[in-house]
Ligand binder design. Structure first.
Ligand code: IMP
Ligand code: MG
Length: 181
């Protein structure tokens, strides 16, 4: 990773910390959804590494599906305009839906998605985000499960991108300002 690490300012969440987060959340979700009908829905593409590692710590007969939205473009701030690019395949009626997000920033993306899904008669809809930037929230949305909070810096790795790159970095790091400024 000698090429990628050159662009990283600081490692904020290490591989070991990510594993501990996944274990803690996976065990909690296992307890909370024991008698439920769990459908885990990953929001593409940022959630893929988190979703694959987290679900291996959930000891329940769950199903997986995906939803793709676009809002960011190539910049580092949410546009506020959210578009569904790929919808969930499974009908939500009768399922307890757990949305998996990489990072909660302004909250606009998840607010839009949860409002849209509320019309589909799921048993329940909850939100699990790996990272949270609480200072940046502009809508009233509280995730049900949070991996950890990060400062208001642009972060990449473990699924999170800048201009579609850096997703494959095995930890979370802040991006050097000169890369995006
Ligand atoms: P929100 O709608 O402002 O909450 O933005 C959420 C989405 O913006 C996330 O799903 C990410 O794709 C993206 N995002 C927000 N902050 C960051 C960041 O620091 N690094 C990479 N992507 C981010
Ligand atoms: Mg993104």
């Amino acid at each position: 990773m000698a090429q990628l690490i050159n662009d990283i300012n600081e490692i904020l969440v290490s591989k070991e910390e990510l594993d501990a987060i996944n274990k803690r959340l996976g065990e909690q979700i296992t307890k909370d959804y024991k008698d439920k009908n769990l459908l885990v829905v990953g929001i593409l593409k940022g959630s893929i590494y988190f979703m694959t590692d987290l679900t291996r710590y959930i000891d329940l007969p769950l199903k997986l599906d995906f939803l793709a939205v676009s809002s960011y473009g190539g910049g580092t701030r949410s546009s506020g305009i959210v578009k569904i690019v790929k919808d969930i395949d499974i009908e939500l009626e009768g399922y307890d839906v757990l949305l998996i997000e990489d990072i909660l920033d302004s909250g606009r993306t998840l607010q839009y998605v949860t409002e849209m899904l509320k019309t589909r008669r799921a048993n329940s809809i909850k939100v699990c985000t790996l990272l949270d930037k609480p200072e940046r929230r502009v809508v009233d949305l509280k995730p049900d499960y949070i991996g950890c909070s990060v400062p208001d810096e642009f972060v990449v790795g473990y699924g999170l991108d800048y201009d579609q790159k850096y997703r494959n970095l095995p930890y979370i790091g802040s991006l050097k300002r000169e890369i995006y400024e």
